[in-house]
Design a protein around this ligand. Structure first.
Ligand code: AQP
Length: 342
């Protein structure tokens, strides 16, 4: 089986964007791929964060993965910081990463502008090297990536090629290694179109955990009345009828897309069903569809968190399996880079 790895940062409660844009797709991958889904807690500290919240957010994210349908008998689920190799490989990789490659990352430029120069931690700059380590450690074939992570995956590929060139092949063989490539070059797995969920208060920015207003997102664990209230108050427009793909109506496109994804209908069916609707009627329809879709996830979530031992067991098992594979890669890279073997 080809291998797929991916993760979500525990930077806050998981929302509909994380679910429809990532986790829901992972569920459909776990049958046909060897999958590793982790909670990237080490990435969550690259911007100022609340230490008292990190472990709770990490557990919540893990429980949410399972509640959304990730099946630990098929996929390995673990916490990134539980597998030491991530940080270790990052150091080795950073020695081969030209600083110019990191400086030109768009996400670094955007996020550092938000934090203000004096407060930018070095980790925000080196974040893509940790991400490369997350992927390369597992010799991954595919990485599901959204538009905003494409540039980071490209850097991972370039870095893997550079390390293979600098330390792999015959040079490595001469040093007693197996020779050949050290890292597999991962390919992007682009999720199906329409899975980019936008904010409820602005159809042009993406729904995000860290947006200051909770009204801008639907969290996976929002109770019914909160969902109803958020949809009631979300931004709309005053055009007649409802339609997809009108660039003057980003909110309309977003809400119809959400409805399409949670109702399981096709775009054509939704377009037809809603073309003559007013916002009031549509909002009721959308609210009901969202509640119907999220309720089973919320019920499973409650079952999972009611048995902390169960979750701990899954995470320990996932970390053990991940550690075995990661350590094999680490052994190779240490050897290829010329370190004295233990
Ligand atoms: N709005 C979204 N629509 C579709 N997919 C989304 N993802 C995030 N937001 C949307 C996908 O969720 C996965 C995990 O993302 P992440 O936790 O690594 O960080 P992010 O993309 O930066 O997500 P957030 O929610 O916006 O977090 P903050 O606010 O902390 O930055 C990824 O696969 C991502 O594409």
């Amino acid at each position: 089986k080809k291998r797929v790895v991916s993760g979500v940062q525990p930077t806050g409660a998981l929302h509909l964007g994380n679910y429809l844009g990532a986790i829901k797709n992972w569920v459909s991958l776990q049958d046909n791929y060897d999958t590793f889904f982790f909670i990237v807690d080490l990435h969550a500290i690259t911007l100022p964060y609340d230490a008292q919240e990190l472990s709770r957010a990490t557990r919540d994210a893990a429980a949410s993965y399972l509640a959304c349908g990730i099946d630990p008998s098929k996929a390995s689920v673990f916490v990134q910081s539980h597998v030491r190799a991530h940080v270790e490989l990052m150091w080795l990789l950073s020695s081969a990463t030209p600083i110019g490659w990191l400086n030109r990352m768009i996400q670094f430029k955007e996020k550092s502008r938000k934090v203000g120069d004096e407060n930018v931690g070095v980790a925000l700059l080196t974040y893509p090297v940790l991400m490369a380590s997350d992927i390369l450690l597992y010799q991954s074939d595919f990485v599901p990536v959204g538009e905003d992570q494409k540039q980071h995956l490209e850097l991972t590929r370039e870095l893997a090629e550079r390390v293979n060139y600098l330390y792999g092949g015959r040079k490595w063989k001469k040093m007693g290694g197996r020779g050949g490539t050290i890292f597999k070059i991962p390919e992007p797995l682009i999720p199906p179109a329409g899975a980019r969920v936008m904010s409820l208060s602005d159809g042009l920015s993406k729904m995000s955990k860290s947006a200051p207003s909770d009204q801008s997102r639907i969290n996976l664990l929002d109770p019914k009345d909160v969902i109803a209230n958020k949809i009631k108050r979300c931004k709309t427009d005053s055009f007649p009828g409802l339609e997809f793909d009108n660039t003057d109506r980003p909110e309309c496109n977003n809400l119809l897309s959400i409805y399409q994804l949670v109702s399981g209908k096709t775009k054509e069916e939704v377009a037809q069903e809603c073309q003559h609707m007013n916002w009031g009627t549509f909002k009721t329809l959308l609210t009901d569809a969202l509640i119907d879709h999220l309720l089973p996830i919320q019920v499973r979530y409650e079952q999972i968190v009611s048995d902390p031992g169960y979750l701990d067991g899954i995470l320990a098992e996932g970390a053990a399996k991940a550690t075995d594979i990661a350590d094999a890669t680490l052994k190779d890279i240490y050897q290829a880079m010329g370190f004295l073997q233990r």
